[in-house]
Design a binder for this molecule. Structure first.
Ligand SMILES: *Cc1c(COP(=O)(O)O)cnc(C)c1O
Length: 346
């Protein structure tokens, strides 16, 4: 058995996956009488390609990986959920998370009745490598690293991640939901070196496609094979696959959005630093800013009354008194600045 096989739950290793009509047939047919579909063409009467081959081919070219190294999920949520179910035995195994971080890792584990061990980031939001490796044992199946991190906005140190990839006994999952805003730091280039690495990305942020629900995992063929074994057979619907195929042609549009969002992020950060109620604007490599303010709950409520919704992170570990603010259009950012200038308690 390979290293990956040894980490996988016994029931998953032994699982005989559901065999769908469309996955049993290969070649090119003209008359499809295998799946009890309605034969009258609507564009949606057929089941989708269970392996999303066209989308993966396009993505593979964009990301510099092979299609066999890609799993597509119904949002990143499915990528996280399946990782936990493939590797973690409830009551025995655990995952390690590095708070403050994205909330779905913990929720995914809670749903699966899998223990979560927390190793807080240092105050500069970098991972405590020594503490992670001391905490880890043979039951530490997954380590979730969010890079850049939500809600703090920073990239994780590459050397620290390399040390963790070398020393962590389980699978290292690096969530790169925001990597389009700092693409040169992507860990995708480490896939060949580390068969126990999963890199997650999504079309929900830079690509502007949160509504179609498409998350991605890039990993060794062995890990992707397990994903394909446990996933619901038709997890990516036809509308999503078609939209992804069309939008992945628009890399120029995405690049232009990223450039504009980075430019306006820095303008907004500079404007916020001038505001009397702003104590700190943390540096960001994403499309949001973490901003520490004097009266977070009062300010949150005030903005809400102005119709401006931000995220209250003020009670989150290491984020005391902070709000998380997504970068909007130039006009939306201006509305925020104007509202802050009118803030009565400043
Ligand atoms: C937004 C976000 C995602 C994306 O989730 P989807 O389900 O793909 O929309 C994943 N991870 C982090 C850290 C995020 O902030």
């Amino acid at each position: 058995m390979s290293n990956i096989d040894l980490l996988v739950r016994d029931n998953i290793r032994q699982l005989k996956p559901y065999s769908s009509a469309r996955s049993e047939f290969s070649g090119t047919g003209q008359v499809f009488l295998d799946a009890n579909e309605n034969p009258y063409e609507t564009g949606l009467n057929r089941y989708p390609d269970p392996l999303q081959r066209e989308v993966k081919e396009k993505l593979a070219a964009i990301k510099g990986v092979r299609p066999e190294q890609i799993f597509l999920g119904n949002g990143s949520d499915e990528v996280i959920d399946l990782a936990i179910r493939i590797f973690c035995r409830p009551g025995t195994d655990h995952i390690i998370i590095l708070p403050p971080t994205y909330g779905m890792y913990q929720v995914g584990a809670a749903i699966a009745d899998v223990e979560v061990r927390e190793v807080p980031l240092f105050p500069d939001f970098q991972p405590d490598v020594e503490a992670i490796l001391t905490t880890a044992n043979a039951h530490s199946k997954l380590l979730f690293i969010c890079h850049p991190n939500n809600p703090t906005g920073n990239l994780m140190d590459t050397r620290a991640m390399e040390t963790l990839l070398d020393g962590f006994p389980g699978i290292v999952v690096i969530d790169e939901a925001y990597i389009d805003f700092a693409p040169e730091y992507s860990m995708v280039k480490y896939l060949e070196k580390y068969p126990k690495l999963i890199v997650m990305q999504t079309l929900s942020k830079a690509w502007g496609l949160a509504g179609i629900r498409m998350g991605m995992a890039f990993a060794s063929d062995a890990i992707i094979d397990y994903y394909n074994k446990v996933k619901p057979p038709y997890n990516i619907n036809i509308l999503t696959q078609e939209a992804a195929l069309k939008e992945l042609e628009r890399e120029d549009q995405k690049a232009a959005w990223v450039e504009e969002l980075i430019r306006t992020r820095e303008l907004l950060a500079a404007a916020l630093r001038e505001m009397p109620m702003v104590k700190k604007v943390y540096p960001s490599e994403t499309n949001f800013l973490l901003v520490q303010v004097t009266d977070p709950l009062g300010l949150y409520q005030y903005l809400l009354e102005q119709g401006i919704i931000v995220r209250d992170r003020s009670r989150v570990l290491l984020c005391d008194g902070s709000l998380r603010i997504s970068i909007g259009t130039a006009s939306e950012n201006q509305q925020l600045i104007s509202a802050l200038k009118e803030y009565p308690h400043a």
